[in-house]
Structures are given as structure tokens and as C-alpha cells.
Write a protein that binds this ligand. Structure first.
Ligand SMILES: [Zn+2]
Length: 298
């Protein structure tokens, strides 16, 4: 079976290539996945409905984003103005993660070629994140009764503060974040489990910690779905990363996570998370590792 991949041309909101958020990576990623022969199971998402957004975000904030009327202070925290294209992109990315989660439930594994906007909180966006797609999708699946136990495994180099803020009080969900301790956000929000790693943690130490943690997470409950944020910013060449992982380290990481949950027949929904470089093709190649690895389990 081809890997189920969710993507949309409008994931790219058309920022200039020099913008500090590397928006062109979405287009480069799809071109590379196509060249790798991985796009045989491609789906296009719809925009998420406002009702579903309101399960995870305050109604006022949802309205502000949909109307492109986000207060300047919040836009500053997000890192760019929320215009029509950014608003549409955020609605599509959340719709994409929900679609990928549904595909994961029916096919075992699926990935959204965007998503992982884990700094978006209930009341406002932050850190290049407008809507928290994983939190929205988790709430949507729980509300439909499709799942009862949701696990979030967030391996982006930054702490998943927004996800912890939105899902923290929900007993059906457990959030795990492993990140660089001395990195954004400075004020961290307690996840179910946080592991803050020192700068310069390299492949072997990182993977050793991850392996023992995954075993512990599986002992907690029988998970109905895992959302995996496969951010590539722990890479040693990432502009915002501090953990010094290699390409091979990212590949071993993704294989370890996917193998762990798929061996137990737990559906896994992958999202790409963060990755920052002015070299968009190199960055897209790092994000492609998730898809190459997941394809072996499809
Ligand atoms: Zn990040």
C-alpha cells in the first residue's frame, strides 16, 4: 500500500524566500516526495470547520483568525500577520491533520505534509503557530467517539507548550514533549511528561533516552492513536535547533517511534513540525525522512 499522505498547495502561504519562516519548504517537500515515488496515496484536505476549531481554541480567537482581524500583539507573538492566505493555510493544515488522523485509524499510518503547530494555545497563536492542529484533531476524534485514549509524542526541538495548554486538563489525552531545555519557549507549560535535553545532545544519547521513554509510555494505557510531531529542528544544521542530531539520527528516531507503535498495532498520525533553514531543498529533504520511514510501514 502507498503511504497515505495529506497535502494541499495552499499549505504554502507564499512568503518571500527570505522570510524567517521558511514557507517554501512545503512545496519543496511535495516535489521531493513525488521524485521519491511516495505520492501514490495523496489526499487533499478541506478547511477545518469553525465548530471543530472552537473545541480547542477560544471562540474569540477563532473568529479573529477567520476574519483576518488578529490583534497586532498576538500577530507579533505568532511572528507574521494573519492575512487571507495565512488564515486559509491554518484552516487547511488543521483539516489536514484531522484527515491524516482519520486515515491513520483506517490504514494504520498516515502523515500530514504540514502541521505540528504546537505553540498555539487555547486563547492565541504563538511561535509561527496559528491553530494547534494536533489539539484540534484530538478533540474532534474524541468528540466523535472514534478514540478514547490519545497520545501525543512531540519530538520537535521546542517544547509543546500550546499542546500542553490546550490538552493538559483532558484525562483522555497524554502529552509527551522531548526538546532542548534552553530554547523557546522560555516559559514552558507542563506536559504529561517533559524531557528537556542539554544543548549538543547527539544521536546516541538522544535515542537512548527516547527508547526507554517509549517503553514507559506504552505501559501507561492502551492508546487508540498516537500523534507524532516529527519536527526536524533537532538537526545540527537547523537555525533554531540545539541538539546536534544527524540525518541518520533523525532517520533512526523516526523509525524507532513508528516501529514502536506499529508493532503494537497502534494507529500513528505523523505531522512534520518545525524545521528552519534558508536552504529550502535541504530542509525539505530532512522533512522527507518522516515520509520515507513511514512508507515502509504502510
Ligand atoms: Zn520547533
Amino acid at each position: 500500500m502507498p503511504l497515505q499522505i495529506v497535502s494541499h498547495p495552499d499549505y504554502d502561504a507564499g512568503f518571500a524566500p527570505s522570510h524567517r519562516f521558511p514557507m517554501t519548504k512545503y512545496r519543496h517537500l511535495m516535489e521531493q516526495l513525488d521524485a521519491l515515488g511516495l505520492t501514490g496515496g495523496l489526499s487533499r484536505p478541506d478547511s477545518i470547520s469553525p465548530d471543530l476549531l472552537r473545541l480547542a481554541h477560544d471562540a474569540d480567537y477563532v473568529e479573529q483568525v477567520l476574519a483576518c482581524a488578529v490583534p497586532p500583539g498576538i500577530e507579533r507573538e505568532i511572528g507574521f500577520p494573519v492575512d487571507q492566505r495565512v488564515s486559509r493555510r491554518a484552516q487547511l493544515a488543521a483539516g489536514g491533520t484531522l484527515l491524516a488522523a482519520r486515515l491513520a485509524l483506517s490504514h494504520g499510518i498516515a502523515c500530514n505534509a504540514a502541521g505540528g503547530s504546537h505553540h498555539a494555545r487555547r486563547s492565541h497563536g504563538a511561535g509561527f503557530c496559528t491553530f494547534n492542529d494536533v489539539a484540534v484533531a484530538s478533540h474532534a476524534l474524541l468528540a466523535e467517539g472514534l478514540v478514547a485514549n490519545v497520545l501525543v509524542v512531540d519530538l520537535d526541538v521546542h517544547q509543546g507548550d500550546g499542546t500542553a495548554d490546550i490538552l493538559g486538563g483532558n484525562p483522555a489525552v497524554f502529552t509527551f514533549s522531548m526538546h532542548a531545555e534552553k530554547n523557546y519557549p522560555m516559559r514552558k507549560e507542563a506536559s504529561g511528561l517533559d524531557i528537556g535535553l542539554p544543548d549538543g545532545t547527539e544521536d546516541d544519547a538522544y535515542l537512548e533516552t527516547l527508547a526507554s521513554t517509549l517503553t514507559g509510555l506504552s505501559r501507561l494505557r492502551d492508546w487508540d492513536i498516537v500523534f507524532y510531531n516529527a519536527g526536524v529542528d533537532p538537526h545540527r544544521e537547523d537555525r533554531l535547533g540545539r541538539l546536534s542530531l544527524s540525518d541518520e539520527g533523525l532517520r533512526r528516531r523516526d523509525r524507532m517511534v513508528i516501529e514502536h507503535f506499529r508493532a503494537a498495532n497502534i494507529p500513528l498520525c505523523g505531522v512534520i513540525g518545525g524545521g528552519y533553514s534558508n536552504d529550502a531543498p535541504a530542509l525539505a529533504a530532512r522533512h522527507a525522512i518522516l515520509f520515507e520511514t513511514a512508507a515502509a510501514f504502510a
